[in-house]
Structure formats: structure tokens, C-alpha cells
Design a protein around this ligand. Structure first.
Ligand SMILES: *Cc1c(COP(=O)(O)O)cnc(C)c1O
Length: 395
């Protein structure tokens, strides 16, 4: 077996249009989003307009990170200290972290074999807890049945905030992920679908919510200089009762995101080409179980997940090591210790520990792999052949 030598954390280099945009803003010296000349629209505002248009949302706020977007979304939606927030039992650490930052108490909901929130458990926990908030994490880009989710949200008067860190550009029945509830939260961190190192985007159609979010982000009362914001009179109602929790995006990051956003659809096509190549190759392997993507879902295949049922923890670790020895970096979410980006709910000790037997069962056999665009489709086939080989060596 020929080892693979690609780097799983290497994103594409940023091209000359991005470098030119960065150079222009650096030469101006006006990096702060409110440091604009009279009549000038700052890059941060321009990005907010462009992203609102892409998303089909009325309002957009550019901010410091995806996790920050979620935390201020919870605050702006009226979360009180100590209040319960329903969220997926399988997600990444910034999600329970955002709930903690906003003073909430996570109530974790089981996931299904398809890696999405278990709607039955959600309904049950919504009813029995009386929670008002659901921070739905579309973890690893998998969307649940969004119509059924919508009816559970309505019946239980839940306020829905979507974590779309892995679903920027995805849709359910033609409706973009992030547009199903009060707000959508996106990340422009290097490993997501746009790359500004760090960064976040928050979208909503609700004027009061967005006015509070903008003040929270640290607008120094310069909210009229935002690109996709509600009218000034909306701010009048809330401007003095909303704290400044500094977490703005700067013009440099906005400037380098704009040309990338213009090419996002093309990136999605390229991710999906790679995803399908791996998916197809792995379907031939014995014991490997892949997720079927529902027809309603338009996904972004920036990562792929599969299961190998009935593996002991030692065998799972050995499988990861065998792949690694051949250059393939897999993440195993069943590990007791958080490694890299793979923490699971047992390692969120600041959260009241909760029994999630189904989630634990699914995670114990779940493997996950990034598909950076620096890999060619041929690379992806090579990687898949190594996984197939390692799977065939098991037992
Ligand atoms: C990365 C990520 C976030 C948060 O993004 P940051 O910009 O890193 O704060 C939220 N949810 C999930 C599932 C993520 O992977």
C-alpha cells in the first residue's frame, strides 16, 4: 500500500485577489471597522451586505468567531442566567462553550445514526424541561428533517438558533441552513468553508434581535455604519440596556473574505466532488457504514464520516493508528480523551453530566475525516483505498 503524503489540515492558499484586497486595506491603515472616511462603506459592512444577500437573510453581523456569534445570539434572544438551552449531544466544544458564555445550562439531546439531533428525544426533553431555547448544531454538515424540527419548535415555542459552522452553503428543500429559526451562526475560521483565520457571521430576519446583537458585538453606538442592520429607531429601544461585549470583525478579515465568498459555490462543488469520490470508494469496503444523504439535503462535503460497527476501543485506536501509519488522519469520536478537535460530551466537565447512551453508542464506532480542497479527487481515491485496506486488516 502506497502511503499518502497530503496534509489533512492544509487549506488552499489564498489567491492574488485576496492578497490584493488585503494589501489595499493594509495600505489604508483603516483596519478597525468604524475607521472609515465620510461616505466610505467599510469592508466589514460590505461583507455583511454580501453575506446577507448570499444567505437570503435581512440582516447580518460580522464578528470575532463562530462561537462568539452563538454566545451573543443566545444573549440577544433573551437568555437569562441559569436558563436551559437544548443542544445536540454530539457537537464541538465551542457549542456548549457558547451556552456557558451566555450563562445558560446545556440540556443535551441524543443524536441518531445519521449524526443529527434525535427529534423524538428533542420533543421529549423540550416538553419535560420547559426550555425556551434550542441551539441546533448541524454537526459535520448533517441536517435533520428540518420540517419536522420546525413543527417541534413551533409546538414547544422554542427559540431556534442554528450553529451552521459546517453547513455554510447547505440547504434543506432549497432553504438555506441558518434560515430556519431566529438566527444562523457561521464561522470563517480556517477549517470551515471560508478562511479568515478566525471570524464569525450572524444572520437573522428579526430587527430587535439583530439590533441587540450589534450592540453586544461592541458597536460603540456606531450601529448606523453597519452593512445589513435594522433601521436606527430599532436601536433606540435597546441601545442603553444592552452591554458592549467587544467581539467585532476587522476590515482586514472582511476584505479577505469577500473574494472567497464570491467563489463559495465553486468550492462547494469541489468539496462534493471529493466527498463523492471517497464515499463511492468506501461503500465497497466490508464493515464500513456510510451515511445516506437525504434527497432534501444539499450538503457541503468538507468532511466525511463512517462507522465500523462492533469495534472495541482498542481496535478503534489500532485502526486510527494503522491509517495514520499510511498517512491518513482519521478522528475517532469515541475516545475518552479529547484529542485535537474531537472532544465529546463526557469531557465537558463544566456541564452537568448527562446520560446519552445512544449518542455514546453511535460515537463509539464513528470515524471522521476532513477533505481539504488541497487534495485532488485522485488524492481522495488514494486516501479511501488506504481506509479500505486498513478496514480489511481488522479482526
Ligand atoms: C468551529 C465550530 C464552531 C465555532 O467556530 P469558531 O469560529 O471556531 O468559534 C461551532 N460549531 C461547530 C460545530 C464548529 O465546528
Amino acid at each position: 500500500m502506497k502511503p499518502f503524503s497530503g496534509n489533512f489540515t492544509q487549506q488552499e492558499a489564498l489567491d492574488d485577489t485576496v492578497i490584493a484586497a488585503a494589501t489595499e486595506i493594509l495600505k489604508s491603515g483603516r483596519l478597525h471597522r468604524y475607521n472609515s472616511e465620510p461616505g466610505e462603506v467599510s469592508k466589514a459592512s460590505e461583507l455583511e451586505r454580501a453575506y446577507a444577500a448570499y444567505q437570503g437573510a435581512r440582516y447580518c453581523l460580522a464578528c470575532a468567531s463562530g462561537g462568539y456569534a452563538m454566545a451573543i445570539a443566545l444573549r440577544a434572544s433573551g437568555l437569562q442566567h441559569g436558563e436551559t438551552v437544548l443542544s445536540n449531544g454530539f457537537t464541538l466544544a465551542p457549542v456548549p462553550g457558547a451556552i456557558a458564555a451566555a450563562g445558560g445550562k446545556p440540556l443535551l439531546v441524543e443524536i441518531t445514526e445519521d449524526l443529527v439531533i434525535d427529534l423524538q428525544d428533542l420533543e421529549h426533553k423540550a416538553k419535560t424541561s420547559g426550555a425556551r431555547f434550542l441551539l441546533l448544531s448541524n454537526m459535520r454538515g448533517h441536517l435533520c428533517d428540518m420540517e419536522r424540527l420546525g413543527s417541534i419548535v413551533r409546538q414547544n415555542n422554542l427559540i431556534l438558533i442554528e450553529d451552521c459552522a459546517h453547513t455554510m452553503g447547505a440547504a434543506w428543500n432549497g432553504r438555506k441552513s441558518g434560515n430556519f429559526g431566529l438566527a444562523g451562526c457561521f464561522s470563517t475560521q480556517t477549517y470551515k468553508h471560508l478562511n479568515s483565520g478566525e471570524g464569525g457571521l450572524l444572520t437573522s430576519d428579526d430587527p430587535d434581535f439583530m439590533a441587540r446583537a450589534i450592540i453586544l458585538s461592541g458597536s460603540y453606538m456606531l450601529y448606523e455604519r453597519h452593512g445589513a442592520a435594522p433601521a436606527a429607531d430599532v436601536f433606540e429601544r435597546i441601545r442603553l440596556e444592552t452591554p458592549n461585549m467587544s467581539g467585532r470583525m476587522d476590515n482586514l478579515r472582511a476584505a479577505i473574505l469577500l473574494p472567497q465568498l464570491a467563489r463559495l459555490e465553486d468550492s462547494i462543488d469541489r468539496w462534493n466532488e471529493r466527498y463523492r469520490a471517497v464515499d463511492e470508494a468506501l461503500r465497497g469496503a466490508t464493515g464500513v457504514v456510510l451515511r445516506n444523504r437525504p434527497d432534501e439535503e444539499r450538503y457541503v462535503g468538507s468532511s466525511i464520516q463512517f462507522s465500523l460497527r462492533g469495534l472495541s476501543p482498542a481496535a478503534a485506536q489500532a485502526f486510527v493508528a494503522a491509517n495514520k501509519a499510511l498517512g491518513v488522519e482519521l478522528k475517532w469520536f469515541g475516545d475518552e480523551n479529547p484529542v485535537g478537535f474531537t472532544s465529546n460530551h463526557h469531557s465537558w466537565r463544566y456541564v452537568e453530566q448527562q446520560a446519552l447512551p445512544e449518542t455514546d453508542r453511535v460515537l463509539s464506532s464513528l470515524f471522521d475525516m476532513r477533505l481539504p480542497l488541497t487534495f485532488s479527487v485522485e488524492d481522495c481515491r488514494h486516501v479511501a483505498s488506504i481506509i479500505v485496506h486498513c478496514a480489511s486488516q481488522l479482526e
